[in-house]
Design a protein around this ligand. Sequence first.
Ligand code: ADP
Length: 790
Amino acid sequence: MNKIAQIFDSLDYGPAPEAPDQAIAWLDARGRRFGHFIDGKWTSPGKTFTADNPATGASLAEITDGTPADVDAAVKAARAAFKSWGALSGYERGRYLYAIARMIQKHSRLFAVLETMDNGKPIRESRDADIPLVVRHFYHHAGWATHLEREFPGMVPYGVCGQIIPWNFPLLMLAWKIAPALAAGNTVVLKPAEFTSLTALLFAEICERVGLPKGVVNIVTGQGDTGAAIVDHPGIDKIAFTGSTEVGKLIRAATAGTGKGLSLELGGKSPYIVFEDADLDSAVEGLVEAIWFNQGQVCCAGSRLLVQESIEERFIAKVKRRMASLRVGDPLDKSIDIGALVAPVQVERIRDLMKKGVAEGAVVYEPEGTVPAKGCFLKPALVTNVSPANTLVAEEIFGPVLVAMSFRTPEEAVALANNTRYGLAATLWSENINLALDIAPKLKAGVVWINGTNNFDAAVGFGGYKESGFGREGGREGMSVYLKPGWEKTLKAAAPDATPAKAGASRNPLDARHLDQTAKMYVGGRQARPDSGYSRPVLGPDGGLVGEVGEGNRKDIRNAVEAARAALGWGTVAAHARAQILYFLAENLDYRRDEFAARIAAQTGDDGADEVARAVERLFAFAGWADKYDGAVHNPPLRAIAAAMVEPLGVLGIVAPDRQPLLGSVALLAPAIAMGNTVVLVPSSRAPLSMTDFYQVLETSDVPAGVVNIVTGDSLTLAKTLAEHDGVDGLWFLGSAEGSAMVEKASVGNLKQTWTSRGLAYDLAAPQFAGDYLLAKATQVKNVWIPYGA
Ligand code: ADP
């Protein structure tokens, strides 16, 4: 038989190799040794490490291991460049971004081949997914730069951004970091991952070619230590990191108290839910994309298959059949589905995890056939017979390994889906629109794909909930993490608190006038006595005893968090209804204004009437916001829309400032509950009685039990407990610089979002606190992708 006839007979793929010549010529022309790109110039290579091709083991180039001195030089260059770059008009910056997009597009094949050689991903993916998305990202952000002044009035860039990226999408992660940073007017020092520096270095050449002003983009190569040097450098104003949750936590701790901006895009263990009414063949194809795209080395990989029991057998059989036709091999072959993993150490890691999972009872299926003997190849694997506690279910594997479990009811699917410390993405398949749109809001993930998966676009924010990090990349949300309000940069240190008044003669605990004045805490809609059994005095400006409140402790906070979690349904109450309740609160507080004014004056000596009036106005303002601060619908260049839904953080801890005993709490409470959060509030330590009075207003205003919980006591002690509590999703702390650093550090456990005042003089009465500044901090955006117009 001749060859063509044979092919017709076997229907087998022939080789379809992509030529590496241009990429090799590019490497050769540079002597296969690279320094850093700092201040528009190439440094001579220093101490180097080798970049290998993981598909062949061949060495590609020597890459310089950046030292702290290199980082320092790059930060200095970026600082010097910031002045003029930040001062360019948005339109001028947009023109550079546009030129970068065009130039990458022009050299897209070189980028794709180099990426595949360096990373091991199939050329089909680097050519058709990674690089086109990179180009799209720069185009999109050229537009944001142009419209910055109109769309983000009053916002200014951070300054110098340190950006640290992983190896799974080397150039794409660079684009996600650099494009918005530059559009906003920042300059950057970026470190690519040690396994994959080459396309970042080629990108530096693109910056040279388009004449980007020197120092605007600096590329420093290196390993973890180089990344740490960037994080620790005092000249960096903001850190943006994508990588493992483990390193993300180190960075959270290292930046605590420094005032550096921080956005983290971390790991995931994303659920892929298939309901019994799904289009099963499409769901199988989606699954291939979800878990075997990029060899499963994707932070949002749909690595946990949850399939409805009634179709489990049929679906798993289809998956296995499909797995048998996946082609593993040379990533430069255009008809390969699964290429090489990034490095031998990753292959070993995955094998070890699999062994552990099997020892715990998992059953592994791999299709017949062989993979190339040389290079970092693994077969696709399907793992069954696992419980949620199995290592393979709980841990992020970052490889071509799918774990499958079944569920009976939609409720069970949601419970299993959310049973993870991560919250990056989720996929669900159902032909029933009601079911799909009922489940999507219940999934705790920053991105939800309905009847599709792994869709990305520059206009649509991407980022996680829970331990998958905070901040978004792409779209308006992505721009906003590179901008801050101009007034924030002008904040002065808060004046030190007046020395606490000494207890005067009347502070006699047995004094009959004071015996029954201990105000209770408020937990779960009920007055609560402190667990400690102790109370603390509240003194007036002259030292006289005004009253007593409970000395809250760890147990009281735990009870309050439990009550707040039980009340999370508040987040799904219609925004109109939440607005009504806030209006009612305003009305009832206003009704009792004299009493509240007198209480403020008694505790602080300040004009209480003015403060009450402002608190009423703030409740009114956020009642007005409750049904207006909402999402958007994006139109990505795919047959889908992405509904950007504004969701509450969940349980928000609020540690109010010492000053302004009523307004200081109400100004923070109002936006938090307007957006659907439930709150554990620690009011002013020194003047807590205004808020213990306030729960009577809460009770008369139909605020459901558990939505607002009030624990009195020492602010710092209670803040620490809140920061360490994994049931708290976000924490606002208004207090000293030291307290702020402590809160940020202690929040590492579940990576809760924090906002701290760092000892600066935030004037909560100022108009900027009556709008989106606090609303944005009280919320996170979930993008739900829905097929549309297909
Ligand atoms: P992955 O698991 O994807 O390899 P890592 O979190 O280890 O992710 O790495 C992501 C990036 O973070 C890489 O560029 C790596 O060099 C860098 N990195 C590793 N350790 C640190 C650290 N302690 N501080 C800052 N960056 C680090």
